[in-house]
Design a protein. Structure first.
Length: 211
């Protein structure tokens, strides 16, 4: 439309648009290259609301804020922060244990020494929540999602003996791997093993709890 509404729906007493579906999508938008739905409006209102007007259960404000009365659920575990890496991000794999780089520039690197006090988290390719991620896809960071809290798969090594569920884990000399420690020093603890590893290397679930 050059001057009026592209679509205008007016109703005095019933739903302006009512979509009722028994088994398929109520609304399905498929797009090859552009936004499926893009709402542009002045700051100060809501892009989307669900529930009673003025007492919504779910809101997306056009300031970018998202609100929910019951919280947010995701099948993925862990809270992560996008951080830049030493080298190329494609060289890192999910489950890698990472430490702070030595340059003081917020970059992370693969762990490679036992009981490092610079351990910072684990690279998880699908964490439940991500901080430090740009809103616009065109501004996406070239870093990786470093999980610092939650339950995630972690690469581990039995170089310091078999790992039992409940063991405290620290970094190992095997790059990107953690190992168990009987008496870990404060500041070196990555988390607690939730699964065992008898020998060699592998991937187990770990409760991340940096201490």
């Amino acid at each position: 439309s050059s001057g009026w509404s592209g679509v205008s729906v007016r109703s005095a007493s019933v739903a302006g648009v009512w979509v009722n579906s028994a088994g398929q999508d109520g609304v399905l938008i498929s797009t090859a290259g552009w936004d499926g739905v893009h709402v542009v409006g002045p700051v100060g209102g809501a892009y989307y609301g669900s529930g009673k007007k003025g007492a919504e259960d779910f809101l997306v404000l056009n300031t970018g804020e998202v609100r929910s009365k019951v919280g947010f659920s995701t099948p993925s575990g862990g809270f992560a922060q996008i951080l830049p890496v030493d080298g190329v991000s494609s060289n890192y794999e999910a489950g890698d244990v990472v430490v702070m780089g030595g340059a003081g520039d917020m970059k992370v690197a693969l762990s490679s020494e036992q009981s490092s006090p610079t351990v910072i988290g684990v690279y998880a390719d699908s964490p439940g929540f991500i901080g430090g991620q740009a809103v616009s896809p065109s501004d996406s960071s070239t870093g990786i999602a470093v999980t610092m809290m939650g339950i995630v798969p972690v690469k581990v090594s039995a170089e310091n003996g078999p790992i039992q569920a409940g063991d405290l884990l620290v970094t190992s000399s095997t790059p990107g791997h953690a190992m168990h420690s009987d008496n870990p020093l404060p500041g070196t603890i990555l988390g607690k093993a939730l699964e065992p590893l008898g020998k060699g290397t592998g991937v187990i679930l770990v409760l991340l709890m940096l201490q």
